[in-house]
Design a protein. Structure first.
Length: 317
């Protein structure tokens, strides 16, 4: 004969016997499960109502166990994502600008979309300029290669700054004519390097030009082509934190491919005193003083503009 068991002990507290709020917080899972173990060891089958209480007790037991497990975990506060530093933002913008420059032939063949993208990136970099006074910073000194411009590449030379200053509104016609002359039959502008030496008060531009000669009736392939450099040197001085005042003094022609047309070798090394010529033309005591404003400068990149707003982006050689 099976022993009698007090059903009250078997059923234990039911859900409705617990407090209304967080009823499982005051009882552990082992406390709620104890009556079940007693009934099972006694071999007693509880009445229907008691069995329903058992099921409620098991549900509560699992809930309490899960609650205890989750509450024992260490709280990890949400961490805001780390914001990129100014240097990282500039590095990303410079990388994108270099890509646009490479894809557009330094801006010479830029599409409207590429021009817009380059202008936006240049504006972004200027707004984050890490050097508030580039013209007086020693960082500006050194050799800088032109990688992008929104105007003719040869205008990186102070010779053309001076010519533009003298010609005024008609200068653009001169630039167009020069571009056509140097670009015909596959010619064009090669590497352009600008050397700045503020301590010595000098600025030198070295522009490689591919000169070609051909006959239109024979097609557009040149009869011969050669490379040469046009080197313009001048004096420079800082006017304020962003502006360099530059006066072109001399222009030297260097024939890099002397064997292509030996008849022109006499031009190799020829130096023209452009300041003296411009003084005679303009009637002044000195050649025209032109300005180069730098709005972005770091160890790798420089962004400068002429007085008419033309942009030049340089990368340190």
């Amino acid at each position: 004969m099976k022993p009698e068991v007090d059903v009250t002990v078997l059923t234990g507290p039911t859900v409705r016997d617990l407090p209304a709020t967080r009823f499982c917080a005051s009882m552990s899972a082992s406390t709620l499960a104890a009556p079940l173990r007693v009934a099972h060891s006694a071999g007693v089958r509880a009445p229907g109502g008691a069995r329903r209480s058992f099921r409620a007790t098991r549900i509560v037991s699992r809930a309490v166990a899960e609650d205890e497990s989750s509450s024992s975990a260490v709280y990890q506060p949400a961490v805001a994502p780390e914001q990129p530093s100014g240097a990282d933002v500039n590095a990303a913008a410079k990388k994108r600008l270099l890509a646009v420059a490479a894809a557009s032939g330094r801006g010479l063949d830029a599409t409207p979309a590429q021009k817009t993208a380059a202008s936006s990136l240049i504006g972004e970099l200027i707004a984050a300029n890490p050097n508030p006074e580039p013209a007086t910073s020693p960082t500006i000194d050194g050799d800088w290669e032109l990688i992008y411009s929104d105007t003719f590449l040869f205008r990186s030379s102070p010779f053309f700054w001076a010519v533009g200053s003298m010609m005024g509104d008609t200068a653009d016609f001169f630039y167009q004519a020069h571009s056509h002359q140097t670009g015909i039959f596959g010619g064009g502008v090669g590497r352009v390097v600008q050397t700045v030496d503020t301590k010595g008060g000098r600025l030198i531009s070295d522009c490689v030009v591919k000169a070609s000669v051909g006959l239109p009736l024979l097609g557009f392939s040149p009869i011969f082509a050669g490379y040469g450099s046009v080197i313009t040197a001048g004096r420079c001085a800082a006017k304020d934190g962003t502006r360099l005042a530059v006066t072109a003094e001399t222009t030297t022609v260097r024939q890099d491919d002397a064997n292509v047309l030996p008849q022109l070798n006499f031009l190799n090394g020829t130096t023209v005193p452009v300041e003296d010529v411009m003084k005679q033309v303009g009637g002044g005591e000195a050649g025209p003083e032109v300005y180069l404003d730098t709005f972005y400068l770091d160890d790798e990149m420089r962004i400068s503009k002429l007085e008419d707003g033309s942009v030049f982006v340089y990368q340190r050689c």
